[in-house]
Design a protein around this ligand. Structure first.
Ligand SMILES: [Zn+2]
Length: 457
């Protein structure tokens, strides 16, 4: 018996696998809304029961929020952990859905069949690809190919408040050779990918305070320094004319790409004009000597996310405000140190203040970037296995955002994570009419079977 038998089993079982996914999708497990607490519980129970049919020692584990589902199955080979989440986003505005979000259905579209319903792509459909791969494996071989720990969360869409405490309390139980996380997508909806670089984040708020009250510009304009002017100067000084960030030491720990990754990214043929054109833009605004993909994935950034001060309502008010503020965030890469960047930012702001002016920094919270150890042979085995299933070879890619779970595996458990997902850009996750392509569900399941085979070999 071979991998081919498992793949054939997956093909044969697709109708039943789809029915099971539809059942899970009918449970309205919206984690942010307390009205659906019972449903979150039901989704956890459903998964525990389903895992038990695979011979997994599974249980629902209570937290102060929604429960975790943890299951173990013994086996040879490396010890894998698989993570997914069973909670979903709220569904409003309900009137924009073409069908009730929790009455999912397989639909024919001009791009092929899709499974429509809340959670179809994020993350129930993705989570079930792994379970279905295990089910086919078990049906063919009588057991699973590796030792596997299943770990499902029910609070991912509401900030995962119980996740870190749970991981810390159960660190020993959850520590494995590698973590597999299925909550991401294909690259540009076409190329399979393993996300191995996740940017970190430092979020700052700065409030510049000057005069002890709002002033009238007829009386104080010209003699009093306007806090908005101070703030604007601070913000414009954060970048130089080539797009580089000017904070001293900011680029400490920013690595250059390896030749291998550079080649893979060139192969992706990223169309930055389409990417920017999608939002009505055309010119990449990052460091001038960097490629657009580097700007998104492997270079650090600084952005002003909000700015306030003075009067911005209807009409006009000739005011010099007493204070002005901004929220400014930095995306980090490599081994950039969030604390050092916070300190450098604070020192820079203070150095820009005129006499009589003060600055407050109410936030300054940060998380490091995560860079997976792709030199571990398991990564290359998984990448080759993925490439065998899809028309184009798989790439290691970055992720412009942060996926906190991957950082937690690394920081709390010391476990590297492979982020492998089959979502597509047009899945409308978090929006009305969410869908998962039947092709993603089917080939995603087959991909996991191939990866399990490769990792256990
Ligand atoms: Zn998700």
């Amino acid at each position: 018996m071979s991998l081919d038998d498992v793949l054939a089993k997956i093909d044969e079982n697709l109708p039943e696998a789809t029915e099971r996914l539809l059942k899970l999708l009918r449970i309205p497990s919206i984690s942010t809304d307390p009205a659906f607490k019972r449903d979150c519980d039901d989704a956890a129970d459903w998964l525990v029961a389903d895992l038990k049919t695979l011979g997994v020692d599974a249980s629902k584990r209570m937290t102060t929020g929604h429960p975790m589902v943890v299951g173990h199955v013994d086996g040879d080979g490396p010890h894998l952990l698989f993570y997914g989440h069973y909670d979903v986003q709220p569904v409003d505005p309900l009137e924009l859905w073409d069908r009730p979000p929790f009455e999912p259905q397989v639909e024919d579209t001009d791009k092929g069949q899709v499974i429509r319903g809340r959670g179809a792509s994020d993350d129930k459909g993705q989570l079930m690809t792994f379970i279905e791969a295990c089910r086919a494996w078990k049906a063919v071989h009588g057991s699973l190919p590796c030792k596997i720990t299943f770990f499902f969360e029910g609070e991912e869409e509401s900030g995962s408040p119980s996740l870190v405490p749970f991981m810390m309390e159960n660190a020993k139980e959850l520590t494995t050779d590698i973590a597999l996380i299925c909550d991401t997508g294909l690259f540009e909806s076409a190329v399979p990918a393993i996300t191995t670089m996740l940017r970190g984040l430092v979020a700052e708020e700065v409030i510049i305070k000057g005069p002890d009250r709002d002033l009238h510009s007829g009386m104080y304009g010209g003699i009093a320094m306007n806090p908005i002017r101070v703030l604007s100067k601070i913000i414009t000084g954060l970048h130089d004319t080539t797009g580089r960030i000017t904070l001293p030491g900011f680029y400490d720990g920013v690595p250059e790409l390896s030749d291998e990754i550079r080649a893979q990214w060139q192969n992706l043929a990223f169309d930055h004009s389409a990417y920017l054109g999608d939002v009505g833009l055309s010119v990449p605004a990052g460091e001038q000597d960097r490629t657009p993909l580097e700007m998104i994935w492997s270079r650090p950034t600084c952005d002003v996310n909000g700015i306030w001060g003075g009067y911005a309502g209807d009409g006009f008010k000739t005011v010099l405000p007493a204070e002005a503020g901004a929220k400014i965030s930095f995306r980090l890469v490599g081994t950039q140190d969030p604390d050092k960047i916070h300190d450098a930012f604070e020192a820079y702001v203070l150095s820009c203040l005129p006499e009589d002016y003060t600055a407050e920094f109410p936030l300054g919270k940060g998380s490091k970037a995560a860079q997976m150890a792709i030199t571990d042979p398991m990564f290359e085995k998984a990448r080759k296995a993925l490439s065998d299933e899809w028309p184009r070879p798989a790439s290691y890619i970055g992720c412009g955002g942060s996926i906190p779970i991957a950082g937690h595996f690394k920081d709390i458990l010391g476990v590297d994570a492979m982020l492998i997902g089959f979502g597509k850009d047009d899945d409308q996750i978090h929006s009305p009419n969410e869908k998962y392509d039947m092709q993603s569900f089917h080939k995603g399941t087959r991909s996991w079977a191939r990866i399990l085979a490769a990792l256990s070999a």
